[in-house]
Design a protein around this ligand. Structure first.
Ligand code: SAM
Length: 231
């Protein structure tokens, strides 16, 4: 992944990690052909011009595969322990979330996130699964503020542990922009439940008869949504 515009014959820079990976781990020499993407222009073939300890450059040669953008699905979740939050972002990117929004809820105990670190996980996940799109990971905001400015045209799939029972089927729900909403380890507060219940764009769902950990719930809800409403 290289965050630069690609034009044939116009060299683009590699960062030091990428350069180290290509030269030392993959043992590629100048002239080697690699695949690159920037999240906007699909996959390109590129020629390695130079790679060393202090960075390197590649020359994009030609487009190889078209840009594949995911459906307009956001993943909104309350961050939990660091490694589990990393996991949620990674799986969100793999399972085709277009945007990832960490939110502070009444029972969230994580006050801060490292947005840059989470964004790097999203990039790695996109590289690993051969995608050409990297979801943007946003800064932590209070859920109430996010809901204050909510576009009612974007439906919310609200996973509520109070509804444990048979898992829902999403068949028959309309397409268009959606957001999946996953709570923290402490679950939803009553004021949050009241507010979400009063929003016409919210669909409250069960993810099955057991209470899932938040990271498992995120994966389950993403898979459920993609199976019914994804491309
Ligand atoms: N502390 C809560 C309790 O004991 O009732 C459990 C919270 S659960 C670990 C974290 C989040 O995952 C929930 O807020 C919800 O969004 C989602 N979740 C977990 N299991 C679920 C289920 N069976 N149905 C719907 N949502 C679920």
């Amino acid at each position: 992944y290289i965050d630069h515009r690609f034009d044939p014959g116009q060299p683009v820079p590699l960062d030091t990690d990428q350069s180290h990976y290509l030269s030392t781990v993959m043992r590629l020499a100048p002239g080697a052909e690699i695949a690159v993407f920037n999240g906007r222009q699909g996959e390109w073939t590129a020629r390695l011009l130079q790679a060393g300890k202090r960075g390197g450059t590649v020359e994009p040669v030609a487009p190889a595969a078209p840009q594949l953008d995911p459906p307009d699905l956001w993943l909104v979740f309350a961050p939990i322990k660091k490694a589990r939050t990393d996991f949620i972002v990674e799986k969100g990117a793999e399972l085709g979330a277009a945007r990832i929004l960490p939110v502070q809820t009444d029972h969230t105990n994580s006050e801060r996130i490292r947005r840059d670190r989470l964004q790097a996980h999203a990039v790695e996940a996109a590289e690993q699964c051969g995608g050409t799109f990297v979801p943007a990971v946003e800064d932590l905001v209070p859920l109430s503020r996010l809901l204050d400015g909510w576009d009612p045209g974007r439906r919310i799939l609200w996973a509520d542990e109070a509804l444990v029972g048979p898992a829902e089927t999403l068949a028959g729900l309309p397409g268009g922009p959606w957001a999946i909403l996953i709570g923290p380890e402490g679950g939803w507060s009553e004021p949050e439940r009241r507010r979400l219940s009063a929003m016409p764009c919210v669909h409250r769902i069960s993810l099955g008869p057991r209470i899932l950990r938040a990271d498992t719930a995120a994966v389950a809800a993403l898979a459920l949504w993609q199976a019914s409403l994804g491309d």
